[in-house]
Design a protein around this ligand. Structure first.
Ligand SMILES: NC(=O)C1=CN([C@@H]2O[C@H](COP(=O)(O)OP(=O)(O)OC[C@H]3O[C@@H](n4cnc5c(N)ncnc54)[C@H](O)[C@@H]3O)[C@@H](O)[C@H]2O)C=CC1
Ligand SMILES: C[C@H](CCCC(C)(C)O)[C@H]1CC[C@H]2[C@@H]3[C@H](O)CC4=CC(=O)CC[C@]4(C)[C@H]3CC[C@]12C
Length: 441
């Protein structure tokens, strides 16, 4: 991400009168209610209370939801024993996974957070009951990964380069996403770590280069997954490596159990692209211009629910190895099916932005021309400056192709239910955009 995009926009929304407008639209009481609801949920989620509404069935208690609270209490009473490693733990998703583990995994003794760049918020986590170990490291360096994995029971591998804008070279994308994942697998094998959860992406499936719609599909929906872009190619390759590694013998003679989670477009506190759109809207006088038809649906999922799925998978992988090993799961929740732009307006609207046009303002051919122009400019300017706008041929194709998921595989296999309702997910994201709440960067 370019440096200017990293600058927090705390307080901006309110100071531009967004808060006023939000109140005018009746948002203030709603947000207040959501905040109260969330506080109550927070209390329930803490150790000892049922993880309502999406409580997992803890190991040994599956099929008896009434005993979940008791099981949690019991787990808390036992000495915590597990060591988890989260790669990419300082990223957008990684931070949520780290915080969710600390909240939701009572058996946790040590949490290792491995990242190329360590974030300052890690310091405040070090004062809690779980030992939080920050490890500055590079997944492309096999020895650094092996050292971090040594002694860990579970690895959650979220580290990766997320770039569809031409900011990072294809070589680096491949090195980090594919070679880095291979290093994580080999480290598990060498060090005798049995459980590996990998963050994959919807992009390993599609949209494909033909722009064919994937409408409310699930993990078994036939679809021609063909990619040209380095990011989806690298994610597809990494996912394959992880799934093929399931069942490999690790040091000590036991077997490796792996699975991959495929989030659709993640949103929530810390979502950089959402903030980019917000800033763009502010620069354009509080307006954004519709570029893609409202009828094109794009799958989105709240970051807290994606993190919760990771925690649940990691927890259940041992007991359900035969069922879950080598499997893929789309990440989903109750977020509505909408176009990419209309979905963003669920948050940007209450912050005072307006989406102009009920139909795309520019004809599609002109947008395609603009993307070509952007590609040319990127190439011409490369020796001088990094020009990486949001609009390019790939992102336009992504935004213009329906890709939505409808599945219950995660519920069937490991009892997943979203932990955050759509209302709470939306409220938390709005509050973060407004700079009023939220921990993420
Ligand atoms: N953001 C999204 O909408 C989606 C993301 N994903 C996947 O989720 C994972 C996390 O993505 P985000 O949190 O959005 O990205 P992010 O860029 O915020 O986080 C990635 C983290 O990995 C770290 N990292 C990058 N290269 C590294 C290296 N060589 N060694 C160690 N750490 C390194 C970065 O420093 C960063 O903290 C990625 O694997 C991505 O492919 C999947 C679907 C959707
Ligand atoms: C930036 C795109 C929207 C452009 C809108 C415009 C300029 C035409 O108005 C985003 C549309 C779809 C997004 C991607 C999608 O959500 C799937 C993803 C999965 C990942 O694993 C990483 C992120 C991403 C590629 C995401 C990136 C932004 C979009 C291309």
């Amino acid at each position: 991400m370019p440096v200017d995009c990293q600058v927090a926009t705390r307080g901006r929304c309110g100071s531009r009168g967004g808060g006023q407008r939000a109140r005018g639209l009746g948002w203030a009481p709603f947000l207040e209610r959501a905040r109260r609801e969330e506080k109550r949920a927070e209390g329930r989620r803490r150790c000892g209370g049922p993880a309502s509404p999406g409580g997992s069935l803890s190991s040994g208690q599956r099929g008896r939801p009434g005993t979940v609270a008791a099981a949690r209490m019991a787990a808390c009473a036992e000495a915590p024993e597990l060591v988890y490693l989260v790669t990419g733990g300082c990223g957008f998703l990684g931070e949520h996974v780290v915080r969710m583990l600390l909240e939701q995994e009572p058996r946790l003794r040590e949490l290792r957070v491995f990242d190329l760049r360590l974030s300052p918020w890690l310091e405040e986590l070090k004062t809690g009951p779980v030992q939080v170990t920050a490890i500055q490291g590079d997944v492309t360096q096999a020895h650094e990964v092996a050292a971090a994995v040594s002694g860990a029971h579970v690895v959650i591998h979220t580290a990766g380069v997320v770039d569809v804008f031409g900011r990072v070279s294809p070589e680096t994308i491949y090195k980090v996403n594919v070679q880095g994942t291979q290093n994580v697998i080999e480290a598990c094998v060498q060090m005798g770590t049995r459980f590996l959860v990998h963050t994959s992406s919807m992009e390993v499936v599609g949209p494909n280069i033909k722009g064919q719609p994937f409408h409310r599909g699930d993990e078994d929906t036939p679809y021609e997954a063909v990619h040209k872009h380095p990011y989806p190619q690298s994610k597809a390759q990494a996912e394959r490596l992880v799934l093929e590694a399931n069942g490999r013998e690790v040091r000590g003679g036991l077997t490796l159990v792996t699975c991959a989670l495929r989030p659709t477009g993640i949103y929530g506190e810390g979502h950089q692209i959402m903030r980019d759109f917000y800033r763009q809207g502010l620069r354009l006088g509080g307006r954004l211009f519709r570029a893609v038809p409202a009828s094109v649906e794009h799958g989105r999922v709240y970051v807290g629910n994606v993190a919760w799925m990771h925690v649940l998978v990691a927890r259940e992988l041992e007991q359900r190895a035969a069922l879950m090993g080598g499997q893929v799961y789309f990440c989903y929740d109750q977020s509505p099916y909408k176009s990419y732009e209309d979905f963003n307006m669920e948050f940007l609207g209450p912050c005072g932005l307006r989406l102009v046009g009920t139909r795309p303002l520019l004809p599609h051919w002109l947008l395609v021309l603009l993307t070509a122009l952007n590609t040319l400019l990127q190439w011409l300017l490369r020796p001088l400056v990094l020009y990486a706008p949001l609009l390019n041929p790939y992102t336009l194709a992504m935004a213009n192709t329906t890709f939505t998921v409808s599945t219950n595989k995660a519920q069937r296999h490991f009892g997943y239910k979203p932990l955050f309702s759509w209302e709470v997910s939306r409220a938390r994201t709005i509050l973060w955009l407004q700079g009023k709440e939220g921990s993420a960067q």
